[in-house]
Design a protein around this ligand. Structure first.
Ligand code: NAP
Length: 227
């Protein structure tokens, strides 16, 4: 059955791969981000309170993709770093979800997908600001899943490093990519397509029993120690 899916994002990375996948499956896809995206695109800046989010009256699925990888030693994190991570990871999602609630309710079986990070469940140096804001997003995910049950499911995906434009700086040479793979028990890093596949699953009826969950496609980094 064709669904109406709104993606905050869609112009690059995981959300672009997801938009392509959902369009190929015959869904109606509305992308909302700053650069032009696939499907029915309209400009939107999730970091800007004044930016208008144009939505249809009925939404079956909503994906909030904006995020940040702002890695700095704790002593170098200025108030502005904390504020901008909080604004894009938490307040942007809050504004979008408040705006979309009525349209998601109109679906009768709405599904929301948020993005966290492996660094919430596993302590990593230089991740203080992003882990604090994504940790809040995980709390928001569980709270809203409870408040919006049984009509709207809310889940999050907490990946480890994934080969997208956002992670470009950390994967910019074959050596960096190889080092990153070696840090993971599965000796690989995630791809846009596999994360798009997991997002598509959470939007589908196959995930009808999942809500308030944080899925962790982290190639084993968060839960395994091999020695
Ligand atoms: N890549 C990784 O290694 C990794 C690891 C852990 C978690 N994550 C999380 O996974 C999610 C997706 O990341 P990605 O790697 O696919 O990132 P990406 O390649 O940078 O794509 C992000 C998407 O979100 C949109 N976006 C960003 N800021 C926005 C804003 N202010 N308003 C509207 N749209 C905005 C971008 O569109 P515009 O720029 O056109 O606005 C783009 O389409 C993020 O939440 C990230 O924190 C990623």
């Amino acid at each position: 059955m064709s669904k109406t899916i709104v993606i905050i994002g869609g112009s690059s990375g995981i959300s672009a791969a997801l938009a392509d996948r959902l369009l190929a499956e015959g869904h109606r896809v509305l992308t909302r981000c700053r650069r032009e995206g696939p499907g029915e695109w309209a400009p939107f800046d999730a970091a800007d309170e004044a930016s208008e989010l144009v939505l249809p009256d009925h939404i079956d699925g909503l994906v909030y993709a904006p995020g940040s990888i702002n890695l700095k030693p704790f002593k170098g994190l200025r108030p502005n770093d904390w504020q901008s991570d909080w604004n894009i990871n938490v307040m942007g999602a809050v504004r979008v979800l408040q705006r979309a609630e009525k349209a998601l309710l109109a679906s009768g079986s709405g599904s929301v997908v948020l993005f966290s990070t492996v660094a919430v469940g596993t302590g990593m140096p230089y991740h203080a600001s992003v882990a604090a804001s994504k940790g809040a997003l995980e709390g928001l995910c569980r709270s809203l899943a409870a408040e919006w049950a049984p009509k709207i499911r809310v889940n999050a995906i907490a990946p480890s490093i994934t080969d997208t434009p956002m992670a470009q700086r950390l994967l910019s040479s074959p050596e960096k990519k190889d080092n990153s793979k070696q840090r993971h028990p599965l000796q690989r890093i995630g791809s846009e397509e596999e994360l798009a596949g997991l997002s598509s699953f959470l939007l589908s009826e196959a995930a009808a029993g999942l809500t308030g969950q944080i899925l962790r496609p982290d190639n084993g980094l968060g839960s395994l120690r091999l020695l």
